[in-house]
Design a binder for this molecule. Structure first.
Ligand code: NAD
Ligand code: IPM
Ligand code: MN
Length: 366
């Protein structure tokens, strides 16, 4: 029998709330003969509270062994005063770095039922389907030197943007491979007009293209202009490849094209393991949403769609991923909305649990 191991790290704030809904989906697949070997552990503030560290070494070791990790969200005001080295976010960054999850796939798709809900005009977003590939293990998030020190009478804060050729080339390949399965276009975004690392980024992406993927249509854009184009006419894009920090910003922007940050899933993929599948962590793009945590208001769809990505990329269960995505679409078409998706007159929000239950019911009826 195939074993499918999954480590669940619910984390903080709304993380455990949205993850509880994913558990219902996993249990439902279990009833259909698709069993997952699920273990659960702590990350972020929850791990700090229990162990004094945002990621225990044992949890890190477990994450390296399983087929896939599914994470809710980390962080929150309770941890704001903590020393930087033990902040909840450090636990997530350690997972990404030590698992070497260099390609972060953040798809932004606008479901028909939500086209009216975006802050942009309906015809700008209807049918939108773009994929942002964010480099996740390097750049200014990890470059040295870094820190805060004293220079004479004043403090100086330092972070370093650093990219090697091989780091750029491997994430570029991920983007080109995805383009092959999609509309065949990649737009690479950097700021080669002001940053040397941007010049190298542009050159290496072009070289990988010319040598290995000449059939893909490649364009380059400065990231600030890219942000403008994403709001002006997002449907011009298919795959966008960009660095760690620009990717963080551009994917939050892209989230709002789809209606809500509560809708956007992500997959963070690394090199293939012995079984041929990539090392992988799946998580919603959103954070722990302290403003709504504990109120049953969170939209679980981003986390549920992240599990759909796990089915597709880690377990070779593309048909099941499609089925889950269709169930989400059907529930939205029925008019079900968590509070973040309201705005249409006369609609009453459903709770996090009600949304999860409705998706399971659609799966069962499909
Ligand atoms: P956030 O994504 O948590 O929240 C931004 C806004 O979006 C809030 O108004 C929130 O209520 C709303 N929102 C987010 N997810 C939602 C959902 N599923 N359903 C409904 N509404 C949702 O970002 P923030 O407020 O800037 O950050 C809060 C904390 O989360 C910080 O500690 C931050 O570092 C952390 N964070 C963690 C992750 C992660 O774990 N991957 C990602 C982003 C932020
Ligand atoms: C994200 C988050 C993280 C990031 C934080 C929580 C470390 O904003 O996943 O988008 O900046 O990468
Ligand atoms: Mn972010």
């Amino acid at each position: 029998m195939t074993t499918r191991s999954l480590l669940i790290l619910p984390g903080d704030g709304i993380g455990p709330e949205v993850m509880a809904e994913v558990r219902k989906i996993i249990d439902w697949f279990g009833t259909q003969g698709l069993a997952f070997e699920v273990s659960e552990d702590l990350v972020g503030g929850a791990a700090y509270d229990a162990h004094g560290t945002p990621l225990h070494d044992d949890t890190m070791a477990k994450a390296q062994e399983v087929d896939a990790v599914l994470l809710g969200a980390v962080g929150g005001p309770k941890y704001d005063a903590l020393d930087f080295s033990v902040k909840p976010e450090r636990g997530l960054l350690r997972l990404r770095k030590e698992m070497d999850l260099y390609a972060n796939l953040r798809p932004a798709q606008c479901f028909d039922a939500l086209a009216d809900f975006s802050s942009l005009k309906k015809d700008v977003v209807a049918g939108l389907d773009i994929m942002i590939v964010r480099e996740l293990t390097s750049g200014v998030y990890f470059g040295e030197p870094r820190g805060i020190h004293k220079e004479g009478n004043e403090r100086v804060g330092i972070n370093t943007q650093r990219y090697t050729e091989s780091e750029i080339a491997r994430v570029a390949r991920s983007a080109f491979e995805l383009a092959h399965k999609r509309a065949g276009k990649v737009c690479s975004m950097e700021k080669a007009n002001v940053m040397e690392s941007g010049i190298l980024w542009r050159d290496v992406v072009q070289e990988v293209h010319d040598a290995e993927y000449p059939d893909v249509e490649l364009s380059h854009m400065y990231a600030d202009a890219g942000a403008m184009q994403l709001t002006r006419w997002p449907k011009q894009f298919d795959v966008i490849v960009t660095d760690n920090l620009f990717g963080d910003l551009l994917s939050d922007l892209a989230a709002m094209l789809t209606g809500s940050l509560g809708m956007l899933p992500s997959a963070s993929l690394g090199a293939p393991m012995a079984n041929g599948r990539p090392k992988a962590l799946y998580e919603p793009v959103h954070g722990s949403a302290p403003d709504i945590a504990g109120q049953g208001k969170a939209n679980p769809i981003a986390c549920i769609l992240s599990f759909a990505m796990a089915l597709r990329y880690s377990f070779d269960l593309g048909a099941e991923a499609d089925k889950l995505e269709k169930a989400v679409e059907a529930v939205l078409a029925d008019g079900l909305r968590t509070a973040d998706l309201l705005g249409e007159e006369g609609t009453t929000p459903v709770s996090t649990a009600e949304m999860g239950d409705a998706i399971v019911a659609k799966l069962a009826a499909s």
